[in-house]
Design a protein around this ligand. Structure first.
Ligand SMILES: Nc1ncnc2c1ncn2[C@@H]1O[C@H](COP(=O)(O)OP(=O)(O)O)[C@@H](O)[C@H]1O
Ligand SMILES: [Mg+2]
Length: 228
């Protein structure tokens, strides 16, 4: 199913400055099997677009569609259920739960799904942590390095095998080797049939893009949708 933004406008009111259009008439399509990389200067609306695609930020105008579902028109409980079922999200600030350890954070999406941990999810969580080379560590995730936390956030996003993967600068805290590893993992997910949308400035990620969307001041730069 295709994920698409149709003429999105998302505004925030700033005291003094009036309101700012974080997204201004943004349209873009994100195809199954493709890695799309969103680039643009700081403040150009990259995170806002990702949050709108995930149904976290609601645009004042326009639609986000996933197949025939109009995501932003769903009532909140259905939108949350839609996101849990279809969407794996890596936030720019990770949004890990400091009170939980590594495994607790990765297994978090399963807790929202059912009270009992379904068969196989514990081993899937462990396998993802191994794939991303996160050391087995008990105690709060707050004690991990930023790079380790970033990889925990990615493992959590992938736990329930979502068809959409939305990742906000997922290699920003990683060293070159880990960054390359994660960039390749995202590319492989796309080629395995996922829809992968990544905000990134990282050359290692941009080099693997099937499509690049450039934002500037909340608008898609004309001619910026490039097939890689
Ligand atoms: N929650 C918010 N409240 C107010 N303004 C916001 C909020 N989120 C984003 N903005 C504003 O929207 C614009 C785009 O922000 P953002 O999407 O975070 O850009 P980027 O991810 O490209 O750096 C910026 O001007 C920012 O200040
Ligand atoms: Mg951002």
């Amino acid at each position: 199913m295709t994920l698409a933004a149709h003429a999105l406008r998302l505004s925030f009111s700033h005291s003094g400055a009036g309101s700012i259009h974080a997204l201004d008439d943004v349209s873009a399509q994100f195809a199954v099997g493709e890695l799309t990389v969103i680039v643009g200067p700081s403040g150009s609306g990259k995170s806002s677009l990702l949050h709108a695609l995930a149904g976290i930020a609601l645009p004042q105008l326009g639609q986000v569609t996933f197949g025939t579902t109009v995501v932003n028109a769903l009532p909140e409980p259905q939108r949350d259920a839609w996101r849990l079922r279809h969407c794996g999200m890596v936030f720019q600030d990770f949004r890990l739960i400091d009170e939980l350890d590594v495994l607790g954070n990765v297994l978090l999406p399963a807790q929202f799904q059912s009270a009992r941990l379904p068969n196989g999810l514990l081993s899937r969580a462990q396998q993802l942590l191994e794939q991303f080379m996160v050391p087995r560590r008990l105690g709060s995730v707050a004690r991990l390095s930023r790079g380790e936390q970033q990889r925990v956030a990615l493992a959590r996003a992938l736990l329930l095998d979502p068809s959409l993967i939305l990742a906000d600068e997922p290699t920003a805290s990683l060293d070159a080797e880990n960054g390359q590893h994660i960039a390749m993992a995202l590319k492989t997910l796309a080629h395995d049939g996922k829809t992968v949308v990544v905000v990134s400035h990282d050359d290692k990620v941009v080099a693997l893009a099937d499509r690049i969307v450039t934002l500037k001041a909340g608008r898609v730069q004309s001619g910026s949708v490039v097939l890689g």
